[in-house]
Design a protein around this ligand. Structure first.
Ligand SMILES: Nc1ncnc2c1ncn2[C@@H]1O[C@H](COP(=O)(O)OP(=O)(O)O)[C@@H](O)[C@H]1O
Ligand SMILES: [Mg+2]
Length: 327
């Protein structure tokens, strides 16, 4: 489709670690393809344990990291085009980062960031216009201009500061916000608060979100789509409901087993803890998950799996759907 909002096509990112002779390569993002529509706003959660390539993917979508191979198109134009028209690009696509306390300098008032975004990206012609825009934008995240005025980052809580980060991103009236673990540094009791803002912004203002998280309980709650990453590969993609009710990949099943059940209270102890399973070696043969997979057969260790189309947009990188029926 020519009018996709976000299209990621066979995307690769390789990092070289160490020298040319003794060094090795990591494929942090490995042949990832995703197509997201432009006819309505969506929240796509990207889930997966630490080291699975989520941040690397986000940084490429944001134009902050070079692509090794493949392509990303946003609003029908490729990243190469966007990098030559950065103002236009950053009006359309905005980031929210994990740690609001490092996203803002402690030496600057937070409002200076809001003015900077408004004026540098030509969203306002002068300070007065910028002030009106900032006031209206802060209201969208439940804050007033008076609450923010003349204050420094250390005068806010993590939750408030993350709401200001959202407001800063919203100033450009973006089509897509890429939020990389935006609730990871925030008190568990306030996480739903932040993701509820995403939901409202999607519904009221048509902003789409790439929501990167390993907090599956919030992903469970807000997502329209879920993409699961494992060691750089996108091993499952689909409508959130479909993925949650009928996980198509054994790894997604494993992740879902650790989510608190509906009706449970979300508390700090419920937060999913996943092992840090970084693997520095590129394996050419077999499925990357085979060693941990309860269903793995010889074929899984010998041959790389193909992406299999399931119901609707649901896809899974697992041979169980073609070669044999698991369980
Ligand atoms: N700048 C870098 N140089 C070398 N390796 C990197 C770099 N950034 C990320 N990596 C590696 O790429 C893999 C994916 O990392 P990352 O995208 O940060 O994962 P996640 O965000 O899912 O935790 C990891 O093995 C990580 O060590
Ligand atoms: Mg990360």
């Amino acid at each position: 489709m020519a009018n996709d909002m976000l299209e990621i096509k066979n995307l690769d990112r390789v990092f070289r670690i160490g020298g040319m002779i003794m060094g090795h390569k990591i494929k942090a993002v490995d042949n990832v393809s995703i197509q997201m529509p432009s006819d309505k706003a969506w929240i796509m959660s990207v889930v997966g344990e630490s080291g699975s390539g989520k941040t690397t993917l986000a940084r490429m979508v944001l134009g902050l990291l070079d692509i090794s191979d493949g392509d990303i198109t946003i609003g029908g134009k490729s990243v190469k085009y966007h990098m030559k028209h950065k103002k236009e690009f950053y009006r359309m696509v905005q980031p929210i980062f994990q740690n609001p306390f490092t996203a803002f300098s402690m030496k600057r008032t937070v409002e200076s960031y809001l003015y900077e975004t408004a004026l540098n990206l030509d969203m306002a012609k002068n300070k007065e216009e910028a002030k009106a825009l900032i006031t209206e934008t802060l209201q969208r995240v439940g804050l007033s201009y008076e609450q923010v005025k003349n204050k420094y980052p250390n005068q806010f809580s993590g939750g408030e500061l993350q709401r200001i980060s959202i407001a800063r991103a919203l100033i450009t009236r973006p089509k897509v916000i890429v939020a990389d673990e935006p609730v990871a540094m925030i008190d568990a009791s306030l996480r739903m608060n932040i993701v509820n803002i995403f939901k409202n912004l999607k519904e009221e203002y048509g902003v789409s979100f790439v929501y990167i998280t390993h907090d599956l309980s919030t992903a469970y709650y807000v997502s329209d789509y879920i993409a699961t990453m494992y060691k750089g590969s996108m091993i499952e993609f689909g409508r959130a409901r479909e993925v949650l009710e009928h996980p198509g990949h054994p790894y997604t099943e494993l992740l879902l087993d650790s989510i608190p059940k509906v009706g449970d209270k979300w508390t700090a102890k419920d937060r999913l803890r996943m092992g840090d399973a970084e693997d520095k070696v590129i394996r050419n043969a077999g499925c990357k998950f085979a060693r941990r997979c309860p269903y793995a057969k010889d074929a899984c260790i010998q041959n790389p799996p193909d992406m299999v189309n399931l119901e609707g947009e649901h896809r899974s990188l697992c041979i169980k759907h073609t070669d044999y029926k698991a369980g």
